[in-house]
Write a new protein. Sequence first.
Length: 352
Amino acid sequence: MRRILGIETSCDETSAAVVIGTPDAATLASCVILSQDVHRLFGGVVPEIASRQHLTGIVPAVDEALRAADTSLEQLDAIAVTHAPGLVGALLVGTSFAKGLAFTHDLPLVPVHHLEGHLFATLLEHADARPPFTALLVSGGHTLLLDVPAWGRYRVLGRTRDDAVGEAFDKVAKLLGLPYPGGRPLEQLAATADSPAHGHAHHFARPMLRRKAQPGDDDYYDCSFSGLKTAVLLAVRAAEQAGQLDAARASIARGFQDAVIETLVEKVWRALRAHGRERVVLGGGVACNNALQQALAARLTPRGATLFAPSPRLATDNAAMIAAAGLFRLAQGDVAPPTLTATASLPLPGIF
């Protein structure tokens, strides 16, 4: 039973959390997430501003996480920190602070890959969300389909070839005049459109979803959303020229979301079937999209498979998932040297 402090600063959330337990049985003692709303003014994350906001927020976040967990630094067994991937300036704030804290209190420093953290997030809320499983990581920066036979062993099946899912949601939301971040507003707008079965939603081609595709084909698991984004742009322009954009916004949003979800559900089903898994784990900010969860459950449940998705709080970037993954990495003896630094891009550890 170990007590670990997690620190996450990979993008625009400053987060600290305390997790207690073992890699397969962890309890969340506290989780503080300070979101940087200032980026809404710019319609996207500004790296320099994100770094400065982390500098302001990291001490209060850590102090509050320790207080809420009724824990002192002397009671900790280790500190886990996101060191890759992400905005390098933002990551440097977290890694530098964690290194100083670990050195001062003679604690092991555990480096955690941000995407591996997302794989552990759901485990904090669902004890059965453990390997073997198929994983779909969908966020503003990543779209990754994995087969996970065991913790620390990851087979990359597919990934996006251009825009990540969350990035596509944000860009389409901007085209429709919705605020940033655009995932939740777009989902809410799409929910107001009539069902496509009644012919009241735009239909967009499902990208890289050939029905006759076979395992081994280049596009069998991969995704691409740039062409879909362009199709939405053309639909928006056509509606504007016809003076009907206000009436068409919900229909376009629904058509875009349907195309994305149908594509992702089919890719997940292909992976699940090919590798004989009975569980699917979602991770990343887009994982809290209710329409995606419902579509996956509808496809998986009748076939005897189970879907595990994190709550919105643990779907976003957070330190709880970093601490949970840190428990696993600590048990493996993965302790960072004093030379640990931030890395903007780094493959997921354990890929085979």
